[in-house]
Write a protein that binds this ligand. Structure first.
Ligand code: YSA
Length: 356
């Protein structure tokens, strides 16, 4: 028969030994073993002794029970403290092992930069800003009305074939396709003239899209900068002067510029403007893959704004005249940097892009 003094003696012993043992515990495994040895539900020493209290008289059981619960509470709180202490020690050790040596030389972060086409586009717009032009932008998803109609290219006009068009899958009440990815930046001419009375001097940089096969000088999506000047007394000489100055600012004074008659329904007269080929130095070498033996690279279309285009946009053509141009930014970047294939620009090859 178990007596109260025996149980109290055992409780005292458990308390002393358990606390001393816990002091020497140094890792999680030893702590778990300690917990099972003293507080384990089945075979823990405290559990076993508390089970034996059932053999005591009710009065004794109550007073011994109070003591047993005190020992249990003490062991549990010591267990919690030790758990925390081991956790903190582990963290401190990890910090110590992985600590930073601030005296080591740093690794230079790779810096991003502007895409060469963005750089060229900004250089072009800066040149025109220095001549008094303002910069505006317009939508890439455009209406047939602005991309063609307002530029004197009505439905069925053969000049639409000049611009292989990517259409949006959308038709109007008459079943006609009316939205497209703009094929050039020229629709902004009409949008600007509708909204502003002369004098107008703007450049419009932006992306354009054509349903076209790609080769060394053609992409299916590329960048243009449109220019438009409308005022009293503007002549073709103003157009030439502006474009010569642009060529001087962007390419330097040694580059030659060529104007040749060309047709665009929205100008009269119209020209194409070319710069002498950087690859064969304008010699027109028969095997030159850039100019294909011509010695010239076409960079833009231009001309005097057609009177009908002025009228359609609400500008009196008897009072005002204007010039306009639209240039290919990728072609200009090719000329400036001596790139012989336009497709490098959009190949996402970091080795190519890092050069700029
Ligand atoms: C003409 C007269 C104006 O009063 C105003 C603007 C224009 C230009 C007209 N809107 C146009 O887009 N003409 S264009 O088809 O000859 O393209 C103009 C320039 O874009 C070209 O000179 C060329 O530099 C570039 N380009 C054309 N197709 C290209 C291209 N660049 C890369 N890939 C293509 N597929």
């Amino acid at each position: 028969m178990t007596t109260a003094p025996e149980i109290l003696g055992t409780l005292h012993n458990i308390r002393t030994v358990a606390v001393a043992e816990l002091d020497g515990v140094e890792d999680d495994a030893a702590l778990e073993a300690w917990r099972i040895a003293y507080l384990g539900r089945r075979e823990g020493r405290l559990t076993l002794i508390m089970r034996r209290m059932a053999e005591l008289e009710a009065e004794e059981r109550r007073s011994v029970g109070v003591q047993a619960n005190d020992v249990k509470a003490l062991l549990e709180s010591q267990l919690a403290e030790k758990t925390e202490a081991l956790k903190s020690a582990k963290l401190a050790q990890a910090a110590q092992e992985g600590r930073l040596d601030v005296t080591l030389p740093g690794r230079r972060p790779a810096l991003g930069r502007l895409h060469p086409i963005t750089q060229t586009m900004r250089e072009i717009t800066r040149a025109f800003i220095s001549m008094g032009f303002q910069v505006v932008e317009g939508p890439e998803v455009e209406l047939d009305h602005y991309n063609f109609g307002m530029l004197n290219i009505p439905r069925g006009h053969p000049a639409r074939d000049m611009f292989d068009t990517l259409w949006l899958d959308h038709t109007n009440a008459e079943g006609e396709r009316e939205m497209l990815l703009r094929t050039h930046t020229s629709p902004m001419q009409a949008r600007i003239m509708e909204a502003t009375q002369p004098p107008v001097r703007v450049v419009v940089p932006g992306r354009v899209y054509r349903f076209e096969a790609t080769d060394a000088t053609h992409e299916w999506h590329f960048t243009q900068v449109e220019g438009l000047a409308v005022d009293r007394g503007i002549t073709f000489a103003n157009l030439k002067g502006t474009l010569y100055e642009f060529a001087r600012l962007v390419f330097g004074s040694e580059r030659r510029v060529r104007f040749r008659c060309d047709f665009f329904p929205f100008v009269e007269p119209g020209v194409d403007v070319a710069i002498d080929c950087f690859s064969c130095d304008g010699a027109g070498a028969p095997d030159c893959r850039i100019c294909r033996g011509s010695g010239w690279i076409e960079i833009m279309g231009a001309g005097m704004v057609h009177p009908r285009v002025l009228e359609m946009s609400g500008i009196d053509h008897t009072e005002y005249t204007g010039f306009a141009f639209g240039m290919g930014v990728e072609r200009i970047a090719m000329l400036k940097y001596g790139i012989d294939d336009i497709r490098y620009f959009y190949g996402n090859d970091a080795r190519f892009l890092r050069q700029f």
